[in-house]
Design a binder for this molecule. Structure first.
Ligand code: HAM
Length: 443
């Protein structure tokens, strides 16, 4: 016997990616819907692009880790180096650079691309995820920071999140660079390595971090750790001044942003000097949104200012600030806080047939209902009507109409709400549509 044939191919998806069955699509579409509705409220326009990009796009400024360890890269048949996009920021920047002269700034753009990263699959981290990207191009001032962070906060609130259950951490790359290059006088190469160390801080024990930090800061390591441990900007300034340093660059910007956010009702933004963000292209304020519960230790959003990225296309600088928000982490979050919507079918009515002879009538009847804007399916299983009703219920379809010779003869149809069990006899498809579409309280 051919054993290979009986064993068959695996039905598992490729490692670290997901299949989306209709119930998963329901959730994904709900998530996308909330994202879209919120960003459009702030005046953002949707754009899109291919998942394929020339590999060199990421070499410029994404960072070594993403290029060397996390990309899906290959050579195409024409010997070109191609990468499945691991993030959208280089793509959107390329698109802006390509049409810089025609576009009207400030530009408010969003997209929900699928991204590919060769990561070790684990809770909150997969090899393919969807990521809402929201970016504001053309604003030099902190107006951009304030709008975008307030928008991120608004998305969380739209999902039903309470302010106590998430936190917005804010820092400034200028602050980190000032500490590394001015306070500790590291050369740019050392400073870059120290920044990467800060970015990895949460993945190490405090002792490991201290040991690695000593390589850069030698006798002044404790001073460095004290700066990073500061809970507020005032604390950090105090530590710096006590060691003979001055006010730290970039902290005033963060104070201003947090103050303005408070005025807009965002009360859960905090300064976090350990927040570095992995990508090389960030130039100013950076932020991440975290769940306050230890069940979901990963960032829900991450973003920042990237004023220099357009220059890799030989274009003049265009200031930019934006973020990415993944579907995997927000779904975990919504599950944790019981915020996921109940799964419902998009089909309003299933027509259940008493016998096959009524099928021709059902076809035209369904068409009439569809013209009344209802979503209608016909049970073609040939099963007993009781079974048909049960299946409609299992498929979470809210209404059924049983069609038999008598119903056709009398032109009277019983619309049954499967949840309440209520039945209403109705003569026309218009009445049926009125009941379902115009009186939602009866559903
Ligand atoms: P990022 O921090 O790499 O930033 O990703 C942003 C968010 O995408 C994360 O906070 C997380 O929710 C989600 N995410 C990232 N990687 C994965 C993964 N492997 N599996 C599941 N979810 C993931 C960026 O990508 C920047 N390009 C964002 C940005 C836009 N900065 C400015 N504009």
């Amino acid at each position: 016997m051919n054993t290979e044939k009986t064993k068959g191919l695996s039905t598992d998806p490729y490692k670290g990616v997901r299949d989306f069955y209709p119930e998963d699509m329901f959730i994904l579409n709900y998530i996308f819907g909330v994202m879209r509705k919120t960003v459009e409220k702030f005046g953002y326009q949707e754009y899109s692009a291919s998942i394929l990009e020339p590999t060199e796009l990421y070499k410029a400024k994404s960072g070594e880790e993403i290029i060397n360890e996390q990309t899906y890269s290959f050579k195409d048949r024409g010997d070109r180096d191609v990468t499945l996009r691991p993030e959208m920021t280089p793509t959107v920047t390329r698109m802006v650079a390509a049409r810089k002269r025609e576009l009207v700034f400030p530009l408010r753009w969003y997209s929900i691309p699928n991204l590919f990263r060769y990561e070790k699959p684990q809770r909150g981290r997969l090899r393919e995820h969807y990521q809402l990207n929201v970016d504001l191009f053309g604003v030099v001032s902190n107006d951009a920071e304030v709008e975008i962070i307030a928008l991120a906060h608004q998305i969380m609130r739209q999902f039903g999140a309470q302010e106590d259950n998430f936190i917005i951490r804010v820092n400034n790359r200028k602050t980190i660079n000032y500490i590394l290059e001015e306070v500790f006088t590291l050369d740019p190469h050392q400073a870059y390595k120290a920044l990467k160390l800060i970015d990895k801080k949460d993945k190490m024990t405090p002792a490991e971090f201290k040991e690695k930090a000593t390589e850069f800061f030698k006798k002044r390591t404790q001073f460095f750790l004290d700066l990073l441990n500061a809970k507020t900007i005032e604390d950090m300034t105090e530590v710096a001044i006590a060691e003979g340093s001055t006010e730290i660059l970039g902290t005033k910007e963060v104070t201003d942003v947090m103050h303005r956010l408070k005025l807009m009702g965002v009360k859960n933004a905090v300064f976090d000097p350990t927040l570095a963000r992995g990508f090389d292209y960030y130039t100013g304020v950076v932020f991440e949104v975290f769940d306050t519960s230890p069940d979901n230790p990963r960032a829900l959003f991450g973003g920042g200012r990237f004023d220099d990225l357009l220059s890799v296309f030989g274009s003049d600088k265009v200031p930019a600030f934006g973020f990415g928000m993944g579907d995997v982490t927000i779904r975990d979050y919504l599950e944790t806080y019981n915020l996921l919507p109940e799964i419902r079918s998009k089909t309003d009515i299933m027509l259940c047939l008493l016998d096959d002879s009524v099928h021709i009538f059902a076809d035209t009847f369904a068409q009439k209902l569809r013209r009344e804007q209802l979503n209608v399916a016909i049970d073609m299983s040939g099963k007993k009507v009781g079974q048909q009703i049960e299946n409609a219920n299992k498929s979470k379809i809210p209404y059924i109409i049983v069609i038999g010779e008598d119903e056709i003869k009398n032109s009277q149809f019983k619309l049954k709400n499967l949840e309440s069990g209520k039945e209403i006899v109705l003569p026309s498809e218009k009445d049926i549509a009125d009941i379902i579409l115009k009186t939602p309280e009866q559903q």
